[in-house]
Design a protein around this ligand. Structure first.
Ligand code: MRU
Length: 367
């Protein structure tokens, strides 16, 4: 997608064919920097500190991390150790485990001498597949936006999104944003309400930035404003992403998604979830009981970072010294509040039946 007058993906194999390049998302929106990832440990670190984040991109980073591990030592023992290091990086997005399972399954069938080149090729294929899935989600979601636009007869379509399920969270296109980019490129008058998404502000720093780079009209709002806007008819539909959707359609996504779904339900606003199949965990059903929810540092709640008046990045404390803070990174929206799942195979109901009919080969499986 666009960065200034150039096009970028979020991750790519470097020209030395021995390392991987990423956009360092901890520097956005104020600095655009790319970073080289040379080892599995650097890959796990990039996931942990959120230089790369977003469920699909976490999976792709893990896949390349295993390829890098095989370059260093292609033994079974090192493959197992590398899988463990990556799996421990972040617990909630199932794409991480999905990608590890896919890579491990292939690499174990190969003699050690073939593992590094095959690993890079497979990681590249996973990255390419992610872009293909997001584009398909875009095409299916576009029809939803076209239908709303037709009913509004030229008045702008207002879409609310939470966190960043944009191209920065994937390899290209994004999940929730793919239909938005396509509708915008088609000339549909639309506008996006961007939840700031405390505590790490992925909406403010990432979604607003990437929409701006593509020229999509948007307005940043505080996380608590969505309900008010819905009550006043200012939101036509909500589209969010997912870190793990269960076999019955419960949706785990960034903390605060559930409250948006409740507000949407109360106001009759359609609430859609863009869900590529690697983000669907068919091995679990009850999202609230079964999805592991990441708890991050309380410091992300008590402190906030941004650009200071002198143009340098600053971190300031916003809480009294001594006050405790709790930082759950995700929550679960029960399927009954989800109008539909926008998958690469079409827009489907968030139900066990629809999911099983659409992805019969995945029934009961995590990957
Ligand atoms: O903590 P993050 O920034 O990794 O959380 C990202 C989200 O919650 C996204 O909505 C989700 O991963 C879907 S990305 C297409």
């Amino acid at each position: 997608m666009r960065v200034g007058d150039k096009t970028f993906r979020t991750i790519w194999q470097a020209s030395d064919a021995a390392s991987v390049k990423i956009i360092d998302q901890t520097r956005l929106p104020h600095e655009f920097e790319t970073v080289s990832i040379n080892t599995v440990f650097e890959a796990a670190h990039a996931i942990k500190v959120m230089q790369v984040r977003g469920a699909p991109l976490i999976g792709v980073m893990a896949a390349y991390g295993l390829a890098l591990a095989m370059r260093a030592d292609a033994s079974d023992a090192n493959l197992d150790a590398a899988c463990g290091v990556l799996a421990a990086a972040r617990p909630t997005a199932v794409n991480l485990q999905w990608a590890i399972d896919s890579m491990r399954g292939l690499l174990l069938t190969l003699p050690p001498a073939e593992r590094a080149p095959a690993g890079f090729a497979h990681a590249g294929a996973i990255a390419e597949q992610d872009a293909v899935l997001c584009r398909a989600i875009g095409e299916h979601g576009l029809r939803l936006i076209q239908a709303v636009a037709a009913s509004k007869q030229g008045r702008r379509v207002n879409i609310l999104t939470h966190c960043n399920a944009g191209w920065l969270a994937t390899v290209d296109w994004g999940t929730a944003t793919a239909p938005i980019y396509m509708a915008h490129d088609e000339g549909i008058a639309l506008h996006v309400w961007v939840d700031e998404t405390r505590p790490r502000n992925q909406g403010a720093s990432l979604t607003a930035w990437e929409l701006g780079q593509h020229g999509v009209p948007h307005t940043l709002i505080v996380d608590n404003a969505g309900g008010h806007l819905m009550q006043h008819g200012e939101v036509d539909l909500v589209i969010v992403g997912t870190d793990r959707t269960t076999a019955v359609g419960d949706v785990c996504n960034k903390i605060g998604t559930y409250l948006k779904a409740l507000a949407a339900h109360d106001n009759g606003v359609p609430f859609y979830v863009a869900a590529p199949s690697p983000s669907i965990d068919f091995s679990i059903e009850d999202g609230i009981a079964e999805v592991p929810i990441e708890t991050r540092s309380p410091r992300e709640v008590t402190h906030i970072s941004g650009l200071g008046a002198d143009g340098r990045m600053e971190t300031v404390c916003i809480a009294p010294a001594g006050s405790g803070a709790l930082n759950y990174a995700f929550d679960v929206t029960p399927a009954r509040f989800v109008t539909g799942l926008i998958t690469e195979r079409g827009v489907i109901a968030a139900t066990r039946e629809a999911l099983a009919k659409t992805f019969p080969e995945r029934i009961g499986k995590r990957s």
